[in-house]
Design a protein around this ligand. Structure first.
Ligand SMILES: NC(=O)c1ccc[n+]([C@@H]2O[C@H](COP(=O)([O-])OP(=O)(O)OC[C@H]3O[C@@H](n4cnc5c(N)ncnc54)[C@H](O)[C@@H]3O)[C@@H](O)[C@H]2O)c1
Length: 357
């Protein structure tokens, strides 16, 4: 799904990079993707690695990443891995140590670092516009778990705890990474996690209900490196989504960033001490029709393209860092996920009604 609808169109937009081939354990899926993009279809991962690509992008389900990272890093290839990168902090640390020992570029696909709104906020934090940040709140309210066709609507890796499913690893990991990007870190403290819809159809083809155990709603907290508290609320089972809403207040001005009902787009503004609202930026909405010449750089294709261009520029100048998230950033993200998850996940009332438990 993600490779076909986002990453491959994004790669096709990226300047300074070409797709040199694809591999999938589902040979028909690989052939279809290769034909669509006029690229080589490899019949094994070994064949792909033997072609010595400058970068291998892993877009498989999270539970397969560790074994694939082992082979890609073992072959001495630079790597961009999808999130959630691994299922434990130790796995991320291990991959980080191996990639570093070989001097490889290692990146995690947290493409939202490239949206203009987040780049502007980061600039405001760094140039002192906000002064000392004193409080952050972010609310993410989307409907992926209640709309047929989206992965979290079903019982699969997106909704099972052991497979890195749940709104925290799957969606909030991007926001944890944004805390790294915007404020230099986040230290998880309290957490309330619930699975409000604990029974899901097995798949589009099989409507039989199966039990899922990963959270679909949560209210979390943490501390910024300067001690400022952060409140994070997320759900992907809202029937009426409001998208993303940030309020970042400092000793200077306060930033508010509201998307529409989506994850991207919307408006970013500053509230001054006199309580006047100054609009800073209109962030373009997702518009698939703008995908022609250059694409909509604010939507995920464009963000992925920007990330690939950043990685290509790093590789071209012999660097292993850029604006992209590294495995070291992902250690911090995964550690927070583990801390929040340590308080357990409560099942919604439906389970109690059905099991009496
Ligand atoms: N960055 C984002 O915003 C974003 C958004 C959605 C999903 N994702 C991530 O993208 C990844 C893929 O998710 P998806 O929904 O596209 O999954 P998917 O199940 O639709 O596709 C995964 C593909 O990987 C193939 N595959 C599985 N194991 C393999 C292996 N060992 N070797 C080669 N191919 C293998 C499958 O055959 C399938 O074609 C996940 O990690 C997911 O969390 C990222």
């Amino acid at each position: 799904m993600f490779a076909r609808i986002t990453a491959m169109p994004g790669l096709a937009l990226a300047k300074g990079a070409v797709m040199s081939g694809v591999f999938d354990i589902d040979a028909a899926a690989a052939r279809k993707a290769a034909d669509e993009y006029g690229t080589t279809c490899f019949d094994s991962l070994d064949a792909l690695l033997a072609s010595k690509p400058d970068l291998v992008y892993l877009s498989t389900p999270p539970s397969s990443h560790v074994a694939l990272l082992d082979r890609v890093i073992g072959a001495g290839c630079n790597v961009l891995c999808e999130k959630p990168m691994c299922t434990t902090t130790a796995e991320v640390e291990n991959a980080l140590a191996r990639a570093e020992a070989k001097g490889l570029l290692h990146a995690v696909d947290h493409e939202w670092r490239y949206t203009s709104a987040y780049k502007t906020i980061r600039q405001m934090v760094q140039d002192g516009t906000l002064g000392e940040v004193r409080n952050v709140s972010v609310s993410i309210c989307v409907n992926y778990g209640v709309v047929e066709g989206w992965p979290p609507y079903y019982a699969n890796f997106a909704t099972m705890k052991a497979e890195s499913g749940g709104v925290v690893p799957q969606l909030l990991s991007h926001f944890c990474d944004l805390f790294e990007f915007l404020f230099g870190g986040l230290e998880a403290s309290g957490a309330a996690l619930s699975t409000m819809i604990p029974y899901k159809p097995r798949s589009q083809a099989d409507p039989a209900l199966a039990f899922v155990d990963a959270e679909d709603s949560c209210a979390l907290s943490g501390f910024l490196p300067n001690g400022a508290p952060a409140a994070i609320s997320a759900t992907w089972v809202a029937t009426a989504p409001t998208g993303v809403q940030w309020t970042i207040s400092g000793s200077g001005e306060t930033v508010i960033y509201r998307t529409g009902g989506l994850l991207n787009g919307g408006k970013l503004g500053l509230v001054t001490p006199e309580f006047t609202l100054r609009e800073v930026e209109q962030v373009p909405e997702y518009n698939p029709e703008v995908m022609g010449d250059g694409g909509n750089r604010e939507y995920q294709h464009g963000l992925f393209a920007a990330e690939i261009e950043d990685i290509a520029a790093a590789l071209g100048s012999g660097r292993t860092t850029g604006q992209f998230a590294t495995f070291a950033d992902e250690v911090a993200v995964r550690r927070n996920i583990e801390r929040w998850r340590a308080s357990g996940i409560r099942a919604g009332t439906i389970v109690k009604e059905r099991t009496g438990g």
